[in-house]
Design a protein around this ligand. Structure first.
Ligand code: GDP
Ligand code: GDP
Length: 451
């Protein structure tokens, strides 16, 4: 499951700094995902600090909670705290500086901020307790610390974690090169598959979820939450462990308070980010609309595997759904071969076919091509259709290598990357997709300068 943490590399260490009572432990507990975590208690000068393995969606890290660094009033204690803090800061890869948006800023925080500012470490400001109306009363005070824009969160309610995730992603996003020899991917049956069911309101998402899980299943049980509204429902399909991302809460809320426009922008993006494979449900009675296509392109842009379920097949007109399939083909031409499965969630028809497509997409999403095969293909593709001339010389593509899976990502070493037209990269992608039989899965090319 380690998606962006650099396999085989030590995990990044996140250290939560802040005065007592701002909510550091609450955030720590949330990120440490109690069950998985082995919590080490380290005796500290003033109080203990704890460290555990933590995760937020697909980001994995070490998280360190600096229990209570307070008492700057007393000179001896101040010295000790400063030392302990600087030790922790030194250990950190990323600092999370947490404040309380309700209480405002105290003098000990100003001191702590001074210390934090002296380091070169990346620092993310977090303003906690932001839930509800009075939550943000003193939010502006946080700017006084001069450490940048705070991310408003509520550690207790799990709000704002998607923004925290967004802020963290760039530090993990280095396209780490996996070493297929040293760390072979887990056998398929051991990897849980994180699956989301997305789509506009009323297309039949809840019905599908219930049909998959079985009627008896209650959707709002005590499941681990990943955001305020999204929970993971563990499930098995055949022998495969599936984690269904359920954002029913979000859907309910958006129905009440938001327009349809707002719905698609907010809730589905969140859902998509937490998933690996996304089933986009469409209503076979409704003509394909802009929102459907936006969701589909979001899935592709986020590099997730997309499977389309054309629901309400039981009562749809052949012509209606042929129209949809035709339009989908035209609109999603950048990724040829996305599976479109007609289903009836209500009558439980074709659900096996849908799940088979999901599992197959997951396989493609993990697909790895050997460097020698890749370069044989590259040579063939270039011979068939050479790169364009640029200022009299030809842009040369020297070499290709797959640097990661999920989704398959390839580095192309190019003499003049900026001069390689998009149309040529598209040609290569189509050719790669056809040659290695990778229908419907997003592929990524990274251009790198090579002599
Ligand atoms: P720490 O001492 O800084 O680690 O803070 P704790 O995590 O122990 O939290 C201190 C208090 O703040 C506790 O009573 C928490 O329940 C409360 N708290 C933590 N997070 C939130 C939040 O998001 N909103 C509100 N209203 N209270 C919170
Ligand atoms: P959601 O808003 O996407 O979760 O949609 P729901 O699951 O609440 O379904 C919306 C409506 O579509 C309900 O009235 C369902 O009974 C109906 N529906 C769902 N799936 C099917 C289907 O396969 N066939 C038909 N005819 N109706 C369906």
């Amino acid at each position: 499951m380690t998606q962006k943490s650099g396999r085989g590399e030590p995990l990044l260490k996140l250290v939560i700094l802040g005065r007592p009572n701002v909510g550091k432990s609450t955030l720590f507990n949330r990120l440490a995902g109690r069950k998985l975590a082995i919590v080490h208690n380290h005796p500290g000068v003033t109080r203990d600090w704890r460290e555990a393995e933590g995760k937020l969606a697909d980001l994995h890290f070490h998280i360190c909670d600096t229990a209570g660094l307070d008492g700057f009033e007393s000179p001896e204690i101040k010295e000790q705290i400063t030392q302990q803090t600087s030790q922790l800061i030194q250990k950190a890869d990323i600092l999370l500086f947490m404040t309380d948006a309700r209480e405002g800023i105290t003098s000990s925080e100003v001191m702590l901020a001074q210390q934090a500012r002296l380091t070169e470490k990346p620092l993310i400001m977090i303003a906690n307790k932001c839930e509800g109306r009075e939550g943000r009363q003193n939010l502006y005070e946080v700017y006084r610390l001069g450490l940048g824009d705070p991310i408003p969160v509520s550690a207790e309610h799990g709000e704002g974690l998607d923004d925290l995730y967004q802020a963290l992603v760039p530090y993990f996003k280095e396209e780490e090169e996996e070493d297929p020899v040293e760390t072979p991917p887990l056998p398929e049956e051991m990897r849980p598959l994180r699956l989301a069911i997305a789509g506009r309101p009323n297309v039949g998402k809840s019905t599908l979820m219930n049909a998959l899980l079985g009627e008896s299943r209650v959707l709002t049980g005590d499941q681990p939450g990943i955001t305020r509204d999204a929970v993971i429902i563990p499930w098995h399909y055949e022998k495969r462990e599936i984690q269904l991302v359920d954002t029913a809460g979000l859907r309910r809320r958006s129905r009440i308070e938001a327009s349809l426009e707002k719905f698609s922008a907010r809730s589905t993006l969140e859902e998509i980010r937490y998933a690996q494979i996304v089933v986009l449900v469409l209503d076979a009675h409704d003509p394909l609309n802009k929102q459907d296509l936006t969701i589909a392109s979001n899935v592709i842009e986020e590099g997730r595997g997309l499977v389309i379920a054309l629901n309400k097949w039981d009562s749809a007109d052949q012509k209606e759904w042929h129209n949809i399939v035709h339009k989908l083909g035209q609109s999603l031409s950048q990724v040829k071969g996305i599976p479109i499965i007609p289903i009836s969630a209500l009558k439980k028809r074709n659900l096996d076919k849908l799940m088979k497509a999901v599992l197959q997409m997951d396989q493609l999403w993990h697909h790895r091509i050997s460097t020698s095969q890749l370069n044989q293909w590259l040579e063939m593709a270039i011979e068939r259709h050479p790169p364009p001339l640029s200022g009299g010389t030809r842009v040369k593509i020297k070499y290709a290598t797959q640097i990661k899976t999920r989704p398959p990502t390839f580095a192309l070493f190019v003499s003049k990357p900026v001069e390689l037209p998009d149309s040529y990269t598209r040609y290569l992608m189509t050719s790669l997709r056809d040659t290695f039989n990778l229908p419907g899965v997003p592929l990524r090319f990274l251009l790198r300068k090579g002599k």
